[in-house]
Design a protein around this ligand. Structure first.
Ligand SMILES: [Zn+2]
Length: 450
């Protein structure tokens, strides 16, 4: 059965079993907002946050930073507050927003091999207590299984329930809001830096919302934070609640609060206020998560979108976005997680046909089209270089696996294989013995067969 059909069947069956949700990630737009600079693992960012019950701090609507203590540790300064009764007030407390240069440094962010990913793709979670587990585990598990079934290299491990209000670093504690918040929330990925949470309303948070929340916990940030989002789905700042954010004129609000120009790199300093910060692009965090060319493009089918009227109190803030979150996750959502955890299927080069006259392997340096492992089922043939030689330079790099590669072949992994038409006449750095040609990338065993 083709994968896509399987998923639509799966999601249809699940949506018959579970409600998709009676409200969204933030059915009620959060109030009592504060904007400022906060230290994240990959550098300071200007975000807007609010305090929710249970001693936790959230930003971007549904992403939990951590406990108040953890947040206060990371807080650098405050640039804006929305006051009592939601009258916006601009504060001047500690007015030295840091340079944003570091945001472009991908040192410790949510990219493949980041230390902020779940080590080994193993996700640990627990419920706050047994009653919580009884109330919401069926929907939490169903949402978890949507990711797990699509991405077999992830494992989810349930550990003993624990009602420690400080939570745990490295274990997601799943809680029900004692007083419904009309919100479903979860921590963004941050494996070892903060306590990790999922906070749900019961009833209220359905399969769609909880699946989105697992998306955050696995490493996805909102699609609208992508650097290419403003070009494809520009937000209407004047429809965001709180506009003009206490500024004297709309021109001033547009200039100082709407994050313009919406492109990377961000201008240094303070550039957004209140809920407009939720739409500010995030530089350096997204491109490498995609498997598409040039980092993929903005995905209108992503479960990590904002909705058309997000943060607008009924007014349209994103004309090109859907009224409701897409469900189930898109193939690109799944591929992003696969890429983060190193479980994309390998991209194997096209093989050759060993039959006489049926291939164009380069004569005379790589003329033999042979099976590197002839006895496996459905073997894939490739043009063999002489041992100790690699593709003729210049013009073909050692890492260009569309042109040349090594394989864990039956004879060993010392030989270089090339695509049809590529000559093979450059001596490898080491040209004899089992350590030959190690500078050429070795592809996994999956590429030995079709
Ligand atoms: Zn979200």
């Amino acid at each position: 059965m083709p994968t896509s059909k399987f998923f639509s069947f799966l999601s249809l069956s699940l949506s018959l079993l579970f409600p998709l949700g009676t409200h969204a990630q933030f059915g009620t737009t959060p109030t009592n907002l504060t904007t400022g600079f906060v230290n994240f693992a990959n550098g300071p960012k200007q975000v807007t946050w609010f305090y929710n019950q249970n001693n936790l701090v959230s930003y971007e609507g549904d992403i939990i930073f951590g406990t108040e203590e953890e947040f206060n540790e990371a807080l650098i300064n405050i640039t804006y507050t929305s006051g009592p009764g939601e009258l916006p007030v601009v504060t001047k407390r500690r007015s030295y927003p840091p340079s944003l240069d570091r945001i472009d440094v991908r040192s410790n962010s949510i990219h493949p091999h980041s230390s902020n990913l779940w080590p080994g793709g193993q996700v640990f979670y627990r419920y706050f207590d047994d009653d919580t587990e009884k109330r919401i585990s069926s929907i939490v598990e169903a949402a978890k299984n949507i990711w797990k079934d699509a991405i077999p290299c992830l494992t989810f491990s349930k550990v003993a329930n624990d009602n420690n209000i400080h939570g745990s670093n490295g274990i997601v504690t799943i809680r029900v809001n004692e007083k419904p918040l009309n919100m479903c929330q979860a921590s963004q990925i941050g494996f070892h830096t903060n306590s990790l949470w999922m906070l749900l309303d019961d009833p209220g948070c359905g399969l769609r919302e909880v699946t989105h929340e697992w998306g955050h916990l696995l490493g996805l940030i909102h699609e609208l934070k992508r650097p290419d989002a403003p070009a494809l789905d520009p937000f209407i700042c004047s429809n965001v609640r709180g506009y003009p954010f206490g500024k004297a004129t709309t021109a001033e609000a547009d200039a100082e609060c709407c994050g313009l120009p919406q492109k990377c790199p961000l201008p240094p300093g303070d550039h957004c206020c209140g809920l407009a910060c939720q739409f500010t692009v995030e530089c350096g965090d997204y491109n490498s998560q995609d498997d598409g060319p040039n980092g993929g493009t903005f995905d209108f089918n992503s479960i990590m979108l904002y909705r058309k009227r997000e943060f607008g109190d009924g007014k349209v803030t994103l004309p090109n976005s859907p009224e409701e979150l897409p469900f189930p996750p898109s193939s690109e959502d799944f591929n992003r997680i696969r890429e983060l955890y190193g479980c994309l299927p390998p991209k194997c080069p096209v093989g050759c046909n060993p039959a006489s006259g049926a291939n164009t392997c380069s004569f005379p340096t790589a003329q033999d089209c042979v099976f590197p492992s002839p006895h496996i089922s459905n073997p894939r043939a490739a043009c063999a270089c002489r041992a100790g030689f690699k593709a003729t330079a210049p013009g073909i790099s050692d890492t260009d696996t569309t042109k040349q590669w090594r394989l864990p072949a039956d004879e060993g992994n010392f030989r270089v294989w090339v695509t049809q038409g590529v000559a093979c006449d450059t001596l490898c750095d080491v040209s004899t013995g089992v350590d030959s040609c190690k500078e050429v990338v070795e592809l996994p065993a999956d590429c030995l067969h079709n």
